[in-house]
Design a protein around this ligand. Structure first.
Ligand code: 2P0
Length: 325
């Protein structure tokens, strides 16, 4: 009873920020992402009646109690679905620069959901798999699919209408996503904590909620008409707005560092010179830059010339979950 799955991570273009249910990972707003081709997690799950407890290895080392507990709690949800109490051995390899604040939980829980359900021979549809992965980490529900993906927030209290779906395949529109790794300390506030504090205390959060669904609709229109400039403007503004809600939290949350701001100004300068590049920033200091493949080289080289930039990794739209036999 063993299976291996690979899931790519994703970058949100319209952000998920805030939960209405912490246990079921139900979001306050819908979101939109691109699945990336270069950052992924490979996970093998084996269930066996001879195992007397669950064990979790991350990058060949036994994981910390904190990391393991999150995984075992999620595994209980899979066991409930399958009606089994078998223990498991989980081996995960993260090809995501974890310490740098890239979202490894998205690829991590998508790969875990896929490998665990396949090992137990549960026949889940992609929609059911997305709903399950969501309950490990919200953004994981989007990593089930490749290309451009929308996570519909849903309105039901049981979460049965909160899942992701592909809106455009990875082969239908190639854009470049440059992940800019900065000289930075590990973040002090987790996404989960940051969301909670923002929803509870930020006076700007109502402004986020009243405008984000419109941002999503405009982004979808831009994607469907392959209007890169229109998409870039919405994506950049949506990220800024998310960070503004956090600055209004009590105590305030600031994920940016000096290098983040340098990249923001640099992207604005590139645009003033006629190069269509746009940025987005998640719950961390690192910046992702979107541009068209024809401008990829020049944007890449110009980013590397900035003092606080350690590395730039070029990604393109990637595929959904894959299984290894
Ligand atoms: C996103 N982020 O849409 C947003 C934008 C960060 C900023 O989803 O608490 O690891 O496990 O559901 O999914 C990162 O948070 O949080 C995230 P949980 P998750 O990608």
């Amino acid at each position: 009873m063993k299976a291996t799955a690979i899931a790519n991570t994703n970058i949100a273009l319209i952000k998920y920020w805030g939960k209405r249910d912490e246990t079921l990972f139900l979001p306050m707003n819908s979101s939109l992402s691109i699945t990336l081709d270069s950052f992924f997690t490979v996970t093998t799950v084996e269930f066996c009646k001879n195992f007397d407890k669950d064990v979790f290895f991350l990058n060949e080392l036994q994981a910390t109690d904190k990391e393991s507990n999150k995984v075992f709690i999620f595994l209980n949800k899979v066991r409930d679905l399958a009606g089994t109490n078998l223990h498991a051995r989980i081996c995960s390899e993260n090809r995501v620069p974890t310490a740098a604040g890239f979202a490894s939980s998205a690829s991590g829980f998508a790969a875990l959901a896929a490998a665990a359900t396949r090992a137990l021979e549960l026949q889940l549809s992609e929609k059911e798999l997305s709903m399950l992965a969501r309950q490990g980490s919200g953004s994981a529900c989007r990593s089930v699919y490749g290309g451009f993906v929308e996570w519909q927030k849903g309105i039901q209290i049981d979460g049965k209408d909160s899942f992701a779906k592909q809106i455009l395949s990875e082969k239908s529109w190639d854009i470049s996503i440059l992940s800019v790794l900065l000289v930075a300390e590990p973040k002090k506030v987790s996404s989960t904590e940051g969301m909670k504090r923002t929803v509870k205390t930020s006076p700007f959060y109502s402004g986020w909620l009243s405008t984000v669904e419109k941002d999503l609709e405009e982004a979808k229109e831009a994607i469907s008409s392959r209007d890169f400039e229109k998409l870039g403007i919405i994506v950049e503004a949506n990220a800024m707005k998310m960070h503004a809600t956090m600055l209004g939290a009590n105590p305030p949350i600031l994920y940016w560092q000096k290098g983040s701001i340098d990249v923001i100004h640099h992207i604005h300068k590139l645009r003033s010179e006629g190069i269509y590049a746009y940025f987005t920033i998640d719950a961390g200091p690192n910046v992702k830059v979107l541009c068209l493949p024809k401008d990829e080289k020049i944007v890449y080289e110009s980013l590397l010339s900035l003092t606080d930039v350690q590395e730039v990794i070029i990604c393109h739209p990637g595929s959904g979950i894959k299984y290894l036999e």
